[in-house]
Design a binder for this molecule. Structure first.
Ligand SMILES: *Cc1c(COP(=O)(O)O)cnc(C)c1O
Length: 479
């Protein structure tokens, strides 16, 4: 006899499901933070934000925070901009969704145009997706198809760099070398990706080496890696012009990207630059590559594209790559449901119009110089401040235990996280990073406020970061 029809019936699990009314039950008294959401941490619930406006996050009626990092350098014109809200709502009223297999919208066309129209870099087309990781995966497929179209299927390898981050989907994570984020998934990752040294002068340029010699050594290593793989087997070299979260706003030494471009060209290998974090004005120029004297074959953009108003990222494709597809199958063999989503495109278009109209890239550059000055004045002399670096409004402070040897703290001290936590308690949100040097050791905090930030706000931010640092330095002496 089935258990359900005994004289003492147990409840039918299906019946329970069907009668479920979707009202969340009251949290159990023993778990005051109960949540149905799978947060990043199952142990420490994040703070709830009830309101975000300009540079201010409101956590409760009595608690506000200055957002000095815009999440991870996402928010570039501040929160709750009325023009972006109006443009997004207007788009919602006109067309909220269509499939890109059959349709296009003015919002998507105008967004591509505002980014690419009359650009002097021969970037011809834009593809819009919903996240930086998807953009990087799409860039990988595009680069592979470039060779596939012309009967070069033997090209299958990618070379990226250690201490880089390109995203969390399987393809993008394979390019990344942000170790803590990769370890559990190692068996799932692509095996046709190898990593060369980062261009990270503070920790890796030798004392006896000039900048030029350091660049020559890195160039030789890249060339050696291409030759080891067989240059005819390599699809692309992928790099961030300014390394973002992983090692903290690290610009390359002068001449590095020119050397890289030359080596790629020698072997017909594509250069893919990932500007998901450092692009769209963040570095003080609209594209970060403009300051390197090179142009990529494929560029990924993201965070500052939508400025946080919508999930959107993009791939910008050079004429050279588009031509191969146009002359070949005539298709990019890739697509996603929410590609070029009209609402995302309308939001991002409004953000980009504001950046252009209000001259925010130039403002980002000049405010960045002010921030640099304030940071150096407040922190450079401190015992554990090893390096202050960045560009535009994209700055990091790297902490070391010993400034002479540049040796970092024991990871368990969580020096950078403690500075970030203390600053947060004092009312300023900055972005922490650990594993700065090699994936395990190293600490930094990242400051990336919106381009609309004022000098008064920047002074306050730096004052709080210095105070947070001082508290952590004092407590570290006890270890
Ligand atoms: C954030 C980031 C990504 C991934 O973007 P998501 O939107 O988080 O998927 C890729 N590359 C770089 C350089 C990034 O900073």
């Amino acid at each position: 006899m089935a258990p359900h029809s005994t004289s003492n019936p147990t409840p039918d699990p299906h019946a329970t499901t069907l009668s479920y009314d979707f009202h969340p039950p009251a949290p159990k008294p023993e778990s005051p933070h109960h949540s149905f959401l799978l947060h990043r941490s199952l142990l420490l619930p994040p703070d709830t934000v009830t309101h975000a406006s300009g540079t201010t996050l409101t956590l409760s009626p009595t608690r506000t925070i200055i957002d000095a990092c815009g999440g991870a350098a996402v928010s570039c014109i501040g929160h709750a901009n009325d023009e972006v809200l109006a443009a997004t709502i207007a788009q919602m009223r006109s067309v909220s969704y269509v499939h890109t297999g059959a349709y296009t919208t003015a919002a998507a066309e105008s967004l591509a145009s505002i980014i690419l129209n009359k650009n002097p870099y021969d970037l011809e087309k834009a593809l819009f997706v919903s996240s930086g990781s998807e953009a990087v995966d799409a860039a990988m497929k595009l680069a592979r198809q470039y060779f596939f179209e012309t009967g070069r299927p033997e090209r299958r390898n990618f070379v990226a760099r250690k201490q880089s981050y390109h995203g969390n989907t399987i393809g993008a994570m394979s390019l990344s070398s942000n170790l803590p984020r990769k370890v559990p998934y190692e068996p799932l990752l692509l095996t046709n990706v190898s990593h060369v040294s980062p261009a990270y002068a503070y920790q890796y340029q030798l004392a006896e080496e000039s900048e030029e010699q350091y660049v020559a050594r890195l160039a030789e290593e890249l060339d050696g890696e291409f030759r080891r793989l067989g240059p005819e087997s390599v699809i692309a070299f992928v790099a961030e012009p300014i390394v973002g979260a992983t090692s903290g706003c690290v610009p390359a030494p002068a001449g590095y990207f020119r050397a890289v471009r030359e080596i790629c060209d020698r072997y017909g290998i594509l250069l893919v630059l990932d500007e998901v974090m450092c692009g769209m004005g963040r570095s003080g120029s609209y594209f970060a590559f403009e300051q390197e004297g090179v142009v990529p074959d494929i560029l990924t953009i993201g965070k500052g594209l939508g400025g946080g108003y919508a999930p959107i990222a993009g791939v910008l494709v050079s004429r050279k790559v588009v031509d191969r597809l146009r002359d070949g199958t005539g298709m990019f063999n890739h697509g996603q449901t929410y590609q070029a989503h009209p609402l995302s495109c309308a939001s991002a278009l409004a953000v980009q119009k504001i950046i252009k109209r209000d001259g925010l890239v130039a403002r980002c550059r000049s405010m960045g110089q002010f921030l640099e000055g304030e940071l150096r004045e407040a922190l450079e002399g401190r015992k554990h401040v090893g390096n202050i670096r960045g560009r535009g409004l994209f700055w990091a402070v790297e902490f070391v235990q010993n400034k002479e040897t540049k040796r970092s703290f024991e990871p368990r001290l969580e020096f950078g996280h403690r500075v970030q936590k203390k600053a947060f308690d004092l009312g300023v949100a900055i972005y922490p990073g650990a594993g700065t040097v090699d994936g395990v050791r190293g600490d930094h905090v990242l400051i990336a406020p919106p381009y609309t930030i004022t000098e008064t706000e920047l002074r306050k931010i730096v004052e709080v970061v210095r105070e947070a640092y001082d508290v952590v330095e004092r407590s570290t002496m006890l270890y």
